[in-house]
Every structure is written in C-alpha cells, then in structure tokens.
Design a protein around this ligand. Sequence first.
Ligand code: FES
Length: 127
Amino acid sequence: HHVEYLNYEVLDDHGWELSDEDLFEKAADAYLDDEDYGELRVEDNQSLLEAAEDDGHAWPFACRGGACTNCAVAVVEGEMPTPTNHILPQEMLDRGIRLSCISAPVSDEAKIVFNVKYLPGVNELLL
Ligand code: FES
C-alpha cells in the first residue's frame, strides 16, 4: 500500500486546513522536508506506525496498543479500518481519525496527515 504523508505541524506554518481539498497538492509544491511530507510503503503485515519507522521516521507514539492518542493520524484519502479495541470515540472515527499503531491502510493508495494528537477533540484523549 502506498501512502502519501504530511505532518500536521506544517499546516499552521502555511495557513492550511485539514479540510483543504488541495492540501496534498499544496504540500507537494511546498518543498517540504522528507520528515514532513513524502511517500512510503506499508506492507500487509505492518501497522502504519511500523511502516513509518521502517522508513526512518520518528512519528509520535506512546502505548502502541490503541490506548492513548499519541499516534493519531487523519485519513484524508483511502481506507484505513480500525480494530474494535481502542480509545477513539465514534465521532473521531467519523472524522477520519485513526491510530497508526494499530491500523494500516487497506486501499492501494492513501493520503494521511500524521501527528494530529493536538487536534481539538483528539488532544483531550491524550494520556
Ligand atoms: Fe497509543 Fe497508538 S501509541 S494509541
């Protein structure tokens, strides 16, 4: 599975919103560091967090078991189902928020904003 990733932290710097339709187009044109924007592959037996780590990234995490929200990401495009046992409320799931330590994309392509633990609604769940 092919994932295009973007760091939530850079949105503010550029005045972008998570809901911007052309968010990833803008990111692609912004000469961002590989740390903040790029592409990676997720193998079938990996979580998104593991795939990012294998690719040399240090994405946030703490429990690695779905019990905090340090590893939260926002799925902008693609399918990323989540196991039943985790801390995220339905409202967050409806907004495309997922936990990268316990989930991975099932679609061939996905666009994912990582590092959304400070997003309102997610930050209250941080442990
Ligand atoms: Fe705690 Fe993923 S690291 S939920």
